[in-house]
Design a protein around this ligand. Structure first.
Ligand code: CA
Length: 221
């Protein structure tokens, strides 16, 4: 069963939508602010995201932009208030699949959701490659020389951040932001732990330490 992430700060509306989704056979995760949504979308592979734009602790547009920046192709359906026309246009520009203006009949939401999911099937996100390593961001799948490699969520995001920026050194702070989705919930030295695990699973020569700065893909120079 696919899980839908519902990002909505109005508790009554969130309850009503979540109940209708469950009735329609979906599992539902709920995020009540932008910070929680940012964490949820990096921690889970959702079938789709229902995204309110006006949120505490950031905006829905910021959540969407961060997802698309990571090549996260999860379908996103924006649910927004009537007075936010500019935001709706920006939302579609930022990679939303559809939008719905509040208030809406719940049946229309369910129909639009199914349409967005149908359209997204077969959509192809680019594969990211480095030497024998291939990352498929749409499926969160990694292979080394054709063999699947099992990575933890943080290891995966560390690899994704590095492979998207091949040839560049990434500062440790920036890498932490990318891996933790800017949530600020960072324990010291954890990036070093993920890098160590990635080297163990994918080869010592995969990631170079840039001393006093951070990391980059490639061998030590
Ligand atoms: Ca709102």
């Amino acid at each position: 069963m696919q899980t839908i992430l519902l990002v909505e700060d109005d508790p009554l509306l969130a309850d009503a939508i979540a109940a209708a989704l469950r009735q329609d056979g979906w599992q539902v995760d709920h995020a009540a602010d932008a910070a929680a949504a940012r964490i949820a979308v990096v921690d889970h592979a959702y079938g789709a995201v229902l995204l309110d734009l006006g949120l505490p602790h950031g905006s829905g547009l910021g959540v969407l932009a961060a997802m698309r920046e990571r090549y996260d192709a999860t379908p996103v359906l924006i649910i927004t208030a009537r007075d936010q026309l500019g935001d709706r246009i920006r939302g579609l520009d930022a990679g939303a699949d559809d939008y719905l203006v509040k208030p809406f009949p719940i049946d229309e939401l369910l129909a639009r959701l199914r349409a967005v999911l149908r359209r997204s099937q077969g959509r192809v996100a680019p594969l990211l490659r480095y030497k024998g390593i291939v990352v498929d961001p749409a499926r969160r799948h990694v292979t080394r020389n054709g063999e699947p490699v099992r990575l933890g969520a943080h290891e995966y995001r560390t690899l994704l951040a590095l492979i998207e920026r091949q040839g560049q050194a990434i500062a440790r702070d920036r890498l932490e932001d990318l891996v933790y989705g800017g949530s600020g919930a960072i324990e010291s030295n954890t990036i070093a732990v993920y890098v160590h695990q990635l080297r163990r699973k994918l080869g010592d020569e995969l990631i170079a330490t840039v001393h006093g700065y951070g990391y980059r893909l490639g061998e030590e120079s």
